[in-house]
Ligand binder design. Structure first.
Ligand code: FAD
Length: 480
């Protein structure tokens, strides 16, 4: 082993187990573990709820590294080159990221390290099961539709790498450059809004928490995932999206642990559905890699002329953000988001459709709100999902398929449990009216202590008329 130190640069891989870049760095020499909050290059800037999660995730990682994590804030290019020069570093190691701004920055850093300092950067795959350039159609072009991408492309490719064990770490293998006064708190990472009181009770952040979550899900919910995953009151999904985004657990660990549990319980159907959701995450990264413009540009250009409202100050947008549209399933979802930093997937689809179709607002406005308030905000999944819901994506739900929030609520939250959790003011309403309080007779509203417009809003749009308005807008949108 060489005596000169190497840098391991933590990014979206805040874990020790199954971390290929970290394992390689430890094999190469004494490691300086580094995290850089790069607000200079990031586009878009990290959202508020994500910063809250990151703060806790870094604290947890630092503890598992024996308080030897070196935190910095600023331009990663500048900081890394300076660290390499000042510490006679012989190599820099990291796991790859796929956001366009990160890929561009990392390429420049790699070149500068080599050209200016003759130091090699070594990058690894620590975040995806299949590299985006690895999967292609027979004619070598990228897939545009999920099912063939996943079933023909991924499942017939080389199987994902099996997870690696935690590398051996002792006192001597890690090197801290910071003084004891330079703590994580000095990065002023925490956002302006104090999320702790609201969000903290819902999450166990960090690598241990992620593994606890994974095993609780596999033991308790995998066997009814296929039907349970659509019912927001059941808590039958894994809630691993934030741990996967921050890399507290790798997709490889999730994939192989699920395969193992699925085989043990002999359950093909539920396992297959769960693995295909992990496949959707892969597909989002695939789309982002092959279409970096997905974050801001409609993948179907005919939607460029669509008459979506774009004002970020509109009263309807405010009502949507605050969970005050008068449609209980929409409002429950938006309040779940605000109170927990998370929203169930079925409800994300309902609130998304409501915003871009019934309220006719641009998907960018929904995407931006989710970006700021989701703890799992992820450039690939968020952009691809908003394009999907808006109908303008590669493999999107057709625009004319407009979710009816009342029918969706009645189907997926039949007993109104989800509504009652997040809209306590409606809790005494009978199930018959819980998804459409405006249809309840006055005596029913009275005995449930509800005055519409006072305790809970009247609907801000009428469903039938707003649906027709959306369809008319679509009809007026011509191919360029
Ligand atoms: C409008 C909209 C915006 C979204 N924004 C995000 C986002 O910013 N970040 C994010 O991680 N997911 C996003 N999703 C996808 C999905 O809603 C979440 O991944 C899922 O709800 C997370 O819950 P879970 O971990 O319990 O999922 P599970 O059902 O347990 O699924 C397991 C894992 O598969 C992945 N996954 C599941 N569904 C999808 C999907 N449709 N697309 C991509 N990956 C998926 C996630 O990593 C998830 O953790 C969005 C969906 C919609 C409709």
């Amino acid at each position: 082993m060489s005596q000169a130190p190497v840098i391991f640069w933590f990014r979206q891989d805040l874990r020790l187990a199954d971390n290929p870049g970290l394992c390689a760095a430890i094999d190469a020499g004494q490691v300086i573990p580094v995290y850089i909050l790069d607000d200079v290059n990031s586009k878009p800037a990290m959202g508020s709820a994500s910063r809250w999660w990151l703060h806790h995730s870094l604290s947890s990682l630092n503890a598992s590294l024996g308080n030897k994590l070196n935190f910095y804030k600023g331009d990663a290019h500048h900081i890394l080159l300076k660290l390499v020069q000042q510490n006679n570093v012989k190599g820099v190691y990291w796991n790859r990221c796929y956001e366009p701004w990160r890929m561009q920055r990392d390429t420049q850093i790699k070149e500068a390290l080599k050209k200016e300092l003759s130091v090699e950067a070594h990058s690894f795959n620590g975040s995806l099961l299949w590299e985006p350039w690895q999967i292609a159609k027979k004619d070598e072009t990228p897939y545009k539709v999920f099912t063939p991408y996943y079933r023909k492309g991924c499942l017939n490719a080389v199987p994902p790498r099996e997870p690696l064990a935690k590398p051996p770490l002792d006192e001597a293998s890690l090197h801290c450059l910071l003084s004891s006064s330079e703590t994580l708190n000095s990065l002023a990472l925490e956002p302006q809004i104090k999320w702790d009181d609201m969000l903290a009770p819902h999450w166990e952040i960090g690598e241990t928490g992620a593994n606890n979550r994974l095993h609780a899900f596999l033991n308790q919910s995998l066997q009814h995932y296929k039907s349970g995953r659509d019912q927001p009151a059941l808590l039958d999904t894994s809630r691993l999206s934030a741990p996967l985004h921050f890399g507290e657990v790798s997709p490889n660990t999730v994939w192989y642990s699920a395969l193992q549990t699925g085989a043990a319980i002999g359950d093909e159907k539920n396992l297959d559905t769960f693995l295909s959701e992990i496949g959707w995450r892969e597909f989002s990264y695939y789309l982002l890699y092959h279409n970096p413009e997905i974050t801001w540009k409609n993948l179907q250009s005919k939607f460029d002329a669509f008459p979506w409202k774009k004002e970020s100050t509109s009263p309807e947008l405010k009502a949507w953000q605050q969970g005050r549209t008068g449609y209980p399933i929409v409002d429950a979802g938006m309040r779940e988001l605000w109170q927990t930093g998370y929203m169930h997937n079925r409800v994300r689809m309902i609130v998304g459709s409501f915003l871009v179709k019934n309220l006719l607002h641009h998907w960018h406005l929904g995407e931006a709100w989710f970006w700021d308030t989701l703890v799992d905000a992820d450039l690939a999944s968020n952009s691809a999902s908003w394009q999907w819901i808006a109908g303008c994506g590669a493999d999107a739900a057709p625009y004319f398929r407009i979710f009816n929030p009342v029918l969706q609520g009645e189907k997926f939250d039949a007993q109104g449990e989800y509504i009652r959790t997040y809209i306590p003011e409606l809790s005494a309403l009978p199930n018959k009216y819980i998804h459409k309080p405006w249809e309840a007779p006055v005596d029913v509203l009275n005995s449930a202590n509800i005055e519409l417009g006072q305790h809970y809003p009247e609907p801000i749009v009428e469903l039938k008329a707003s649906r027709q308005r959306a369809l008319d807008a679509l009809a007026s949108t011509k191919e360029p």
